[in-house]
Write a protein that binds this ligand. Structure first.
Ligand code: HMG
Ligand code: MG
Length: 317
């Protein structure tokens, strides 16, 4: 029987792989710039057209991103690929500018407590810090994305009402932010809560200007991605091998694995332009660099399927 609702899903989805930035920012061991650069190269070779490379934040706050300029300078850019970076203030923006980002990301929060812990200022103050960043970027012709952290729940404040998301979306719109990423930083969202948060952002941004960013702490991120697709949202941040975490969101695990989202989308007949096998290789490779198994269920399954069948019992019999 033909599905009555599948036709409402988008036919193409844009994925931004945030592994080099969100995936690695919380990593305690030193990850050499060369490995970060190779990760970007492998992602683009697998077909990713959007990669979040690094952040221009204080190296005292996030030491892992201290090599931001070196990583940006080291990547061999592929035509058609957009390389984005996080810039929390003018100091970060000015440093980022020299590295020629294709997009900059300002990052606020729907939770006052998280804003203080993450960027050391209130929500209102953060908007005032972002205002000149957005204006300067737009004047330079660089697209500006805004992220709203803790859009369904906060490690310090608990549940977050959709009205909080709507407020931050409105404030971001007011300073010229062109795209809003609605982020479930600690992965507590479930599908209906995820839709409520997106609907709040959609009051101020068109559906083509909204993306989802889901951490997978409670295993809900693929379901939440599907819930977002049902609203017509077709852009998502994902992270190869499920890498990720925020230093200011204790207990939050990785982002949803790019492999897991791609497997779902391709299974639904939705195009991503990504070669899933090459992506799984990339996930296995970076997990090897970090010395642990991939967090992607799909990545594990694809790699296991390639292993030669163990016929030792057959021989013994
Ligand atoms: P601050 O201390 O309030 O800033 O930090 P300040 O202006 O008072 O400056 C203090 C010092 O920081 C000065 O240096 C500045 O020069 C320096 P000092 O004189 O002490 O040597 N400084 C900077 N250095 C480099 N780059 C900069 C910069 N700005 C100031 N841009 C600040 C404010 C935002 C910088 C700080 O709180 C910070 O860096 N926080 C890190 C935030 C972060 O990276 N969090 C993780 C990313 S967000 C995330 O993961 C969520 C997301 O994935 C979505 C989701 O899942 O929710 C996006
Ligand atoms: Mg994140």
């Amino acid at each position: 029987m033909a599905s009555s609702f599948s036709s409402s899903y988008p036919t193409t989805v844009k994925l931004v792989d945030v592994a080099p930035r969100d995936g690695l920012q919380n990593e305690k061991q030193a990850v050499p710039a060369a490995a970060k650069i190779e990760l970007v190269h492998r992602l683009q070779a697998a077909g990713l057209k959007n990669i979040e490379v690094t952040s221009f934040v204080s190296p005292k706050w996030v030491p892992q991103m201290a090599d931001n300029a070196e990583v940006m300078a080291g990547i061999v850019r592929q035509p058609g690929v957009a390389y984005s970076v996080l810039t929390p203030n003018m100091k970060g923006y000015e440093a980022a500018l020299a590295s020629r980002p294709d997009e900059i990301v300002v990052f606020g929060a729907a939770s006052e407590a998280f804003s203080q812990r993450n960027i050391n200022c209130s929500i209102e103050e953060s908007i005032e810090r972002f205002r000149p960043v957005a204006a300067a970027a737009r004047a330079a012709g660089i697209p500006v994305r805004g992220a709203i952290s803790c859009s369904v729940g906060c490690p310090y404040e608990g549940d977050i009402a959709p009205e909080r998301v709507e407020l931050v979306a409105r404030l971001m719109k007011g300073i010229g932010v062109q795209h809003i990423g609605v982020a479930d930083t600690i992965g507590v969202g479930t599908p209906v809560k995820t839709q409520r948060a997106l609907e709040a952002a959609l009051k101020h941004f068109a559906v083509d200007e909204v993306s989802g960013h889901y951490h997978d702490t409670y295993g809900q991120a693929v379901a939440n991605t599907l819930a977002a697709l049902e609203l017509g949202v077709w852009q998502f941040d994902t992270s190869v091998a499920g890498l990720g975490g925020c230093p200011y969101a204790k207990g939050a695990t990785g982002n949803v694995a790019t492999e897991d989202v791609v497997f779902m989308l391709h299974g639904m007949g939705i195009d991503t332009g990504i070669d899933l096998e090459a992506l799984a290789d990339t996930g296995a490779w970076i997990s090897g660099v970090l010395g642990r198994p991939t967090q992607s269920r799909v990545g594990k399954a694809l790699i296991a399927r390639r292993a030669p069948a163990d016929d030792s019992t057959a021989v013994a019999a």
